[in-house]
Every structure is written in C-alpha cells, then in structure tokens.
Design a protein around this ligand. Structure first.
Ligand SMILES: C[S@@+](CC[C@H](N)C(=O)[O-])C[C@H]1O[C@@H](n2cnc3c(N)ncnc32)[C@H](O)[C@@H]1O
Length: 320
C-alpha cells in the first residue's frame, strides 16, 4: 500500500530503515521503556500473551469479516504482537502498524521484511497519535492493544483515529478497567495484611509489589483529569464504562460496548494475580497457602454476572 493513499497532504515522512517516520516526530509523553530501553521491553513482552487468541476475541466481538480485503490500522503496535496476530487472522487484509517509538517499530518492520507471509501486507508508520496523520476514510477498522491508557489525551488521539475510519467502521481496543483494578487493589491490601500475619517466612518482594501496585492503580484513577505526575507515568489511566460512553458521544461514534477480556471468569482473580506476577518478572514468588485461599475466596464468593464487571482488562468496541 502506497503512503500517498493514506497520509494527509500536510504530513511528510522520511524512510528510516524499514519504517516511515513523521518528519515532525518527537518522543512526547513516552518514557525510555519504549524508546532507549526498547530491547528489554521487546524481549520481555513480545511473546507474553497469546495475541492470536486475544485478537480472535476482539475481531469476533466487533463482528469483523475474516475473509474480506480490509485495510486495518493498528495503534501503539510496539514490536508488532497484535499486528502479526491480526495479519494471520485476516489473511486478505493489509495491516498498517503504527507507534511513536522508532526503536520498537523497527523491530516489527524488520520481522515483517523477513517474512514471506507478511512482507506485502504489513507497513509501519512512526508518529504521535495526538497528531492528525492519516486521510479521512482510510481504514475499515482500527485495533489497539494496551495503547489508550498510555496517551495523555485519549480524546485528542481518538479524534484523529476516528477521522481516518470509514463510516460504520469499528475501533477495537484492549485496555485496563477501573472496577477490576480497584478490586485488585483490595486484594493487594488483603495480601499485605495476610503477609504480616504469616511473618518473615514469606518472600518480602510480594508485599513490596502489592504496595507498588496499589500506588500505581490509585495514580491512574480519574481519567481524563491530568495530574502533575500523569505525563511521567507509562500507564496513565484505568477506564470505566461511563467515561467510555461519554468519549464515544464526544467522538460522534454511534456507541461503545465494553466486554471482559476473559471469556471464562471462573478463576478470574487467581489467574489475574498469577499473570501479574509473571508479567512483572516475579513468577518465582511462592504464594503462601493463605494468599491462595484469599484469591480462591474472591473467585468462589463473587457470582459470574458480577465478575464480568470486575475483569481488570476490557475490550472496547466503538462503532462509527
Ligand atoms: C504497552 S505498549 C503496547 C504494544 C503492543 N500493542 C502490545 O500489546 O504488545 C504501548 C505502545 O504505545 C506506544 N505509544 C505510547 N504513546 C504513544 C503515542 N502518543 N503515539 C503512538 N504510540 C504511542 C508505545 O511506544 C508502546 O509501543
């Protein structure tokens, strides 16, 4: 796909290796984790999730036709996990990957260039989503995994994204939810208390992590109100359905639907807690029996219809 077909007339790009970079590119609102330290980030997270499973659920919830010849924009592509999953699941479509980090995008583009499966169907653009970049009606759908909560101004960025989306198109995002994270904060506090009771035999990294995560969750409440520290946080927000409904209205979208990312909610609290330990590089922490008992009490004590409100990650489907 030629860049002239999708880029706005007032946007200029330069070729850098395998990617096209906005001439006015600046690394604003993004920390070293995604830029100078991209190697560490990529090694830790590129294969951390089953992205094909995740994308499969996202595309199904949004009713995207798998066999159609679509042009899909992926926002916040990083090293390309969601881009390659989408390219596999939509074999006739072209996927436009995008990110503010040239370092991460270069990894995605290098892999694309080396692959017969993806070379002609995946392209890569480096720019800040807060800036208008693509032409009107360029894309049939927009996808994004863990991007909206990194943006200082989700409304400004989505305005640009929605402008480039065709009428009837979907914006499908996978992002953190407030209610589930607040329940997690309650669980973390209970773990700290239990650990005090169990005493020094327990790995002290656990309570340090619990304290840190509680601070992290509380710092991300209140979207879209920017606090003095918001710009310095990588993870800036957790979202709630009321904010999302208002955002959809502001953006002129027909509606937004919010779904839990997990289909099977039976062990949602234990599974989420264990994935958090793994993702934070602490999979080796042995959970005391009392902590396991606590997680299982949450799982067995809360009915599944309520649990669907308490998933800490959601899939949002906006319809234009
Ligand atoms: C958590 S990573 C997600 C990467 C990938 N989608 C995944 O799920 O593995 C968030 C990505 O958003 C990018 N990002 C942050 N702020 C951005 C902005 N203003 N414009 C475009 N991309 C941005 C970061 O560089 C990073 O690659």
């Amino acid at each position: 796909m030629k860049s002239e077909q999708i880029l706005r007339k007032d946007v200029s790009v330069v070729q850098h290796g395998h990617i096209l970079i906005d001439k006015q590119w600046q690394p604003s609102g993004v920390t070293a984790q995604f830029t100078q330290d991209a190697d560490t980030y990529h090694a830790r997270y590129f294969n951390r999730l089953d992205f094909e499973n995740l994308l499969d659920r996202m595309l199904s919830l949004a009713g995207i036709c798998r066999t159609a010849r679509l042009t899909i924009l992926d926002i916040g592509s990083g090293g390309g996990s969601s881009v390659f999953a989408a390219a596999k699941l939509l074999p006739k479509s072209h996927i436009v990957g995008s990110d503010i980090s040239p370092q991460l995008l270069e990894k995605m583009a290098a892999f694309t260039a080396s692959s017969d499966e993806f070379r002609d169907r995946v392209s890569a653009y480096c720019f800040d989503l807060h800036k208008p970049f693509f032409r009107q009606d360029s894309f049939d759908a927009v996808i994004g995994c863990a991007i909206l909560h990194h943006l200082v101004d989700p409304y400004a960025a989505l305005t640009n994204v929605v402008f480039a989306l065709k009428e009837g198109g979907k914006v499908i995002l996978c992002e953190p939810l407030e209610a589930g994270n607040l329940i997690n904060a309650i669980i973390y506090e209970a773990v700290i208390t239990l650990q005090r009771e169990v005493g020094t035999s327990v790995d002290e990294r656990l309570s340090k992590l619990m304290f840190a995560m509680r601070c992290d969750i509380f710092a991300r409440l209140g979207v879209p109100e920017v606090k003095p520290y918001t710009r310095d946080l990588d993870d800036k927000w957790v979202f709630d359905p009321t904010y999302l409904a208002g955002l959809a209205k502001q953006l002129g979208m027909k509606n937004v639907e919010v779904f839990p990312v997990m289909q099977d909610l039976t062990t949602i609290f234990e599974t989420t807690f264990r994935s958090f330990l793994t993702e934070s590089g602490n999979a080796d922490i042995v959970l005391p029996a009392k902590v396991l008992g606590l997680l299982r009490e949450f799982d067995s004590g809360i009915c599944s219809s309520l649990k669907s409100r308490f998933c800490s990650t959601g899939i949002f489907v906006f319809t234009k």
